[in-house]
Design a protein around this ligand. Structure first.
Ligand SMILES: *[C@@H]1O[C@H](CO)[C@@H](O)[C@H](O)[C@H]1NC(C)=O
Ligand SMILES: *[C@@H]1O[C@H](CO)[C@@H](O)[C@H](O)[C@H]1NC(C)=O
Ligand SMILES: *[C@@H]1O[C@H](CO)[C@@H](O)[C@H](O)[C@H]1NC(C)=O
Ligand SMILES: *[C@@H]1O[C@H](CO)[C@@H](O)[C@H](O)[C@H]1NC(C)=O
Ligand SMILES: *[C@@H]1O[C@H](CO)[C@@H](O)[C@H](O)[C@H]1NC(C)=O
Ligand SMILES: *[C@@H]1O[C@H](CO)[C@@H](O)[C@H](O)[C@H]1NC(C)=O
Length: 694
């Protein structure tokens, strides 16, 4: 409650300052003639006379999709600009100034589907504003200090689906006009002063799926309150940040919810008792750093035995005692999220967690993987332990009992091992996804993942890999499709490094280095012939041999950006057609004529941020470029670096004429003319001389 009030007041004081600043700005520009109803065009004319900040209408709203979607945020507008076409469907109009909304305000934009009016200082919504808006389904009024909403203000031919009234100062739900809400699916009422969730008797809830009351002042829930929602089936109800102090017994008896969020509650046991006989798919009971709350004890969690719940989140809580008894009411749970709950171990001998499929233990304080006592959760398919705050020792065979494990995330956990991973990940026969990214150095021997032959994705990014054997550590991963080896400091001269990966489609080698900055004709890529996506960005490459990608026939995406390649390396792609090719940020200046057909046969090419030569030496490439603009991306950043007077000019704008110049043609004509005259004179002279000597 305290938090809600604080957020609320700080928000509106910011708002006032903003608007004052804006008014000062206007007054500075156009003086006291400014009136709220001044026509928009006049405003713009005056502004462009007085200030140079806003110069033309076209600069204002940005088009996101032609004739359909526009963004006019932060423009201080007092009206809908005339430049917006009548066909506009999506309008983002936040941070403007519309204190009252009339039936004329949006009357021209009858195709609106989505309208965002966040923080426009709206106080007053008049009758029939959306009278002819056939398709309008979402209205966002967040952050407007609403004083009045006319009974028919939201009326329209088609019913609204999503209504956002966050931070609008509402304290009583009677304030919301109920007309035209029969199809309402989500109603967002966060950060207001609401004290009861009881909806007015005539409020249509039949189609309601999301009802969001976070950060209000709701402390009590009664049977009548929840009864008012009874027509809504499968509802997600958010009461986060409301500090519930009591719930009348029987309030949730045989009620069914998709999600219930009681985050930030001081005493969790009040919630669990109150939920007696309820059925909840997903229950969020986490807390926050700045929230005061009671430590969780086994007694407080007793209430879970009296309700049905599939997934529960207890993030950031402290546990006062942590024993098998803590879990005695968890036996129907399928998902348990204990992120940042200050755990350094889970007790052994927990019984009844046979249904648990997904366990999230991110950001805890384990020393050793075995401390989770994996035997407690025999059905686990997903285990997440990322961001462990201590150096996590993988031990040996700690997860051996998790025969069904499909997904394991151990990223960001300071893991270090000189010989990974067969002993550590023993018997994870079904594992398909393994994330070991952002860890400390790992030593890999040959067949290092032999225990998990079903792996489809292996992420080792940012983990220094030490491979001290000539064979491949990935040998026999017959199903591996995605391998992320970015920034692994690999020894790329080991040609067998990637052997034995027949299904590999996506390989990321970003940030690894090759000897002498060059990929030779025979290299580690030749064993991965199924490759479709290859990332070699940031590898400090200077050159690529013409035959380096030989045998990689299936590639359709090659990223060579951020290297030091010149035009000649393009030759290595001659056997590939229709690919996406990224050559951005290299050292390409000239692309010779013989390599242009290789570019022509690709589908999309990025040549931005290269020091391109715009002299006649490169005329073939420049001509090709202009004929193939459709294939090229990043045109705005594809610029000349040479000659100096064209530096920074977009390649698509360059006009070169490299035939003979007009001056040249003039001199040639004069020369030929003089030459002919000379010839005639010499001929005449010769004839005369001949006659004289007859
Ligand atoms: C808008 O409201 C005024 C007065 O309330 C009314 O005279 C006018 O006809 C309305 N315009 C439209 C387009 O509904
Ligand atoms: C309940 O809602 C969720 C999403 O909110 C949806 O995924 C689920 O299919 C719905 N269940 C039923 C039975 O309608
Ligand atoms: C829960 O259900 C049981 C059995 O139907 C009933 O006896 C009990 O009174 C219910 N509890 C509440 C609080 O409604
Ligand atoms: C692996 O974990 C890192 C860090 O948590 C994350 O950024 C990355 O997306 C994960 N990899 C995959 C394939 O999900
Ligand atoms: C590694 O690559 C995969 C596939 O592109 C990606 O999903 C994942 O997020 C990457 N990992 C990191 C740590 O960036
Ligand atoms: C071109 O590639 C660079 C570097 O990868 C990237 O930053 C840029 O977004 C790309 N351009 C486009 C239009 O995708």
């Amino acid at each position: 409650m305290f938090k809600a009030a604080r957020n609320y007041s700080s928000c509106f004081s910011d708002e006032e300052i903003d608007s004052e600043k804006f008014n000062d700005f206007l007054e500075g520009c156009i003086g006291p003639i400014m009136a709220p109803n001044i026509s928009f065009l006049l405003l713009v004319v005056l502004l462009s006379v007085g200030c140079t900040v806003i110069t033309s209408l076209d600069q204002m709203c940005t088009e996101k999709e032609s004739n359909k979607a526009y963004n006019c945020d932060y423009l201080g507008l007092r009206e809908i600009p005339d430049t917006l076409p009548n066909t506009t469907e999506v309008l983002e109009f936040s941070f403007n100034f519309l204190p009252t909304i009339q039936n004329t305000t949006f009357s021209r934009l009858i195709n609106l589907i989505f309208l965002d009016l966040t923080r426009c200082q709206i106080n007053w919504l008049h009758e029939d504003i959306f009278q002819s808006h056939d398709q309008l389904s979402t209205i966002i009024l967040t952050g407007n200090p609403l004083i009045f909403m006319a009974e028919t203000s939201l009326n329209g031919p088609k019913s609204l689906k999503h209504l956002f009234l966050i931070q609008t100062g509402i304290s009583n739900l009677e304030f919301i006009p109920v007309h035209n809400l029969e199809n309402l699916e989500s109603l967002h009422l966060g950060s207001n002063h609401i004290t009861s969730i009881k909806l007015p008797a005539n409020f249509p809830t039949k189609n309601l799926k999301v009802l969001d009351f976070q950060n209000n002042a709701i402390h009590y829930l009664t049977r009548k309150d929840v009864e008012s929602l009874k027509q809504a089936t499968n509802l997600s109800l958010n009461l986060n940040g409301n500090d519930i102090k009591s719930i009348e017994p029987g309030t949730f008896h045989s009620k069914i919810f998709q999600n219930l969020n009681f985050g930030g509650t001081f005493d969790v046991s009040i919630i669990l008792k109150g939920l007696q006989n309820a059925t909840v798919q997903s229950l969020w009971l986490g807390t926050f750093e700045d929230t005061e709350d009671q430590d969780l004890s086994s007694a407080m969690l007793q209430g879970l035995c009296e309700m049905s719940v599939k997934s529960i989140n207890l993030q950031k809580h402290h546990f006062s005692d942590f024993s098998p008894a803590t879990f005695q009411c968890f036996n129907q749970l399928q998902e348990l999220d204990l992120t940042a709950t200050h755990l350094d171990g889970l007790p052994s001998g927990i019984e009844g967690l046979n249904s648990l499929k997904k366990l999230i233990l991110n950001v805890n304080n384990f020393d050793q993987l075995c401390q989770i006592n994996a035997a407690n959760f025999p059905s686990l398919t997903h285990l997440y332990m990322k961001g462990n705050t201590k150096k996590l020792d993988l031990g040996s065979g700690c997860l051996e009992r998790l025969q069904n494990l499909l997904k394991l995330d151990l990223s960001h956990s300071d893991i270090e091992a000189s010989d990974c991973c067969n002993l550590q990940l023993k018997s994870l026969l079904q594992l398909q996804y393994l994330n070991l990214s952002y860890n400390e150095p790992l030593g890999l021997q040959s067949q290092a993942f032999k225990e998990s032959p079903q792996l489809k994705l292996l992420d080792l990014a940012f983990t220094h890999l030490q491979v001290n054997v000539p064979q491949s550590p990935f040998q026999n991963l017959h199903h591996l499709q995605v391998l992320n080896l970015s920034y692994c400091l690999l020894d790329t001269s080991n040609q067998r490094l990637l052997a034995g990966l027949p299904e590999l489609r996506h390989l990321n080698l970003q940030g690894n280095h090759f000897q002498d900055g060059s990929i030779p004709k025979t290299n580690l890529l030749q064993t991965v012939y199924s490759l479709e996506i290859l990332i070699l960005a940031f590898c400090d490459l200077l050159s690529i041999d013409q035959g380096a990608f030989h045998g990689l026939e299936k590639m359709h995406h090659v990223d060579l950006s951020h290297n030091n390649l010149t035009g000649n390396s393009i030759g290595a792609l001659s056997h590939l057609k229709g690919i996406y090719l990224n050559l951005a940020a290299n050292s390409i200046n000239i692309i010779p004529l013989r390599l242009l057909p290789i570019l022509s046969q690709q589908s999309t090419i990025n040549l931005s941020h290269n020091p391109l030569d715009c002299t006649c030496t490169n005329i073939h490439f420049i001509t090709w470029f202009k004929d193939n603009l459709k294939k090229l991306e990043g045109l705005e950043e594809t610029m000349c670096a040479n000659p100096p007077h064209l530096r920074g000019v977009k390649l698509s704008d360059v006009k070169l004429s490299c035939g003979m110049t007009a001056v040249g043609i003039f001199f040639l004509t004069v020369f030929l003319f003089l030459f002919t005259i000379l010839l005639i004179f010499s001929f005449k002279f010769l004839l005369r001389w001949k006659y004289q000597h007859i």
